[in-house]
Design a binder for this molecule. Structure first.
Ligand code: ADP
Ligand code: NA
Length: 344
């Protein structure tokens, strides 16, 4: 059995939003007591999109520090766990190349995120955007991580990572036994998709996920929004005219209501059933006021800590540098074994 280890990453592209926070970062925080964790700012993933999307060199450096600050401000402890940015540890790219040669075209052709991100102009998408899931598999497996906290949108990529690990283990079974004495070199990493907000939806359209790339500012709450902006966005959030249902079944045909209740539950660390037991029968105007207050109470301290950290880039850079050293100490030996296994 492989020692349990958590790995996950967040891209430094644009503003972090409530979906990233509830679907990913709060989960990262929660796992710290039970696992050794590695949390990565995945800057090599950011450049898979057009330069105009990630904003160019200065913006990339700034966003990398910003995500690191969000990790720390949200409660990730870089003294106890590893926090770094991907481009500083060359083994990610090295293993990704090997995985480019393990993964099959047909597997990647099935990835829905590529289809969404590439849109109608597939011929103009970067090769990196297509191969993104292979790099993601390398991010995880270069640490032989066993558990990966992510939002629901990443489920398919995690399945691909498992397929890659499995094929590598099978293709090189004899060599693995010779080099490492193990029956399997890579664990099959398990997604941890947990909590009431694994898929936070847009505030403007309950059928689309909240995303950095949505052109409407009112579709998402950013971690750094001020109290008035948060309250205004929640007030304007799309809802239906019915009062809140008393039970979860009543949310089934009502995506906007389900989304707001899920957000409330996640922020309050309560179940949706529990939230509905309190607010069932209430009008949305009442519920939205409570949700705005709760959102501000939870997010304002994070935003203020992020502002403080923004003024101290030297500290952030020192965290990333130390984290990269610790990451290399794990990834280096794994990659040396991979090379021996392949025959490099
Ligand atoms: P984005 O999807 O916003 O471009 P990333 O790809 O960097 O951001 O995702 C970082 C983490 O946030 C991933 O674990 C992803 O699953 C999670 N995440 C992103 N959007 C949402 C959402 N709307 N609801 C829940 N989790 C999300
Ligand atoms: Na994503």
């Amino acid at each position: 059995a492989f020692p349990q280890r958590v790995f996950s990453g967040v891209q430094p592209t644009g503003n972090l939003h409530l979906g990233n926070y509830l679907g990913a970062i709060t989960r990262f925080v929660a796992l710290q007591d039970d696992y050794d964790c590695i949390y990565c700012v995945v800057d090599m993933h950011a450049i898979t999109q057009a330069v105009s999307v990630w904003g160019g060199p200065e913006e990339l450096t700034k966003s990398t520090r910003e995500v690191t600050a969000a990790f720390i401000a949200s409660g990730i402890d870089p003294e106890k766990h590893i926090v770094f940015n991907q481009s500083q540890v060359a083994e990610h790219a090295e293993l990704a190349w090997v995985f480019n040669c393990v993964a099959r075209m047909g597997w990647l052709n099935r990835m829905t995120q590529f289809k969404e991100k590439a849109g109608k102009h597939r011929e103009n998408a970067s090769v990196g955007l297509f191969a993104y899931p292979n790099l993601m598999a390398a991010d995880i497996l270069v640490y032989r991580a066993t558990h990966v906290p992510v939002g629901e949108d990443q489920k398919q990529h995690l399945e691909l990572a498992r397929d890659i690990a499995q094929k590598f283990n099978t293709d090189f079974a004899d060599s693995i036994r010779r080099v490492s004495g193990e029956d399997e070199f890579f664990p099959l990493p398990e997604p941890l998709i947990q909590g009431p907000a694994t898929r936070v939806m847009s505030l403007r359209d309950g059928t689309k996920k909240m995303s950095k790339s949505d052109p409407s500012d009112y579709s998402r709450i950013n971690l750094t929004d001020d109290a008035d902006t948060i309250a205004q966005k929640i007030r304007k959030a799309k809802t239906d005219p019915e009062p809140l249902p008393g039970e979860e079944d009543g949310l089934e045909p009502r995506p906007e209501a389900a989304n707001l209740v899920g957000i409330y539950a996640a922020l309050a660390d309560r179940s949706k059933a529990d939230v509905l037991a309190e607010f069932g029968g209430a009008q949305f105007s009442t519920f939205k006021t409570a949700l705005a207050d709760l959102s501000v109470a939870k997010l304002a301290p994070i935003a203020s800590e992020m502002r403080r950290l923004r003024d101290d880039p030297g500290y952030i850079d020192s965290v990333l540098e130390r984290g990269a050293g610790q990451a290399r100490d794990i990834a280096g030996p794994v990659m040396r074994n991979v090379k021996d296994i392949i025959g490099f």
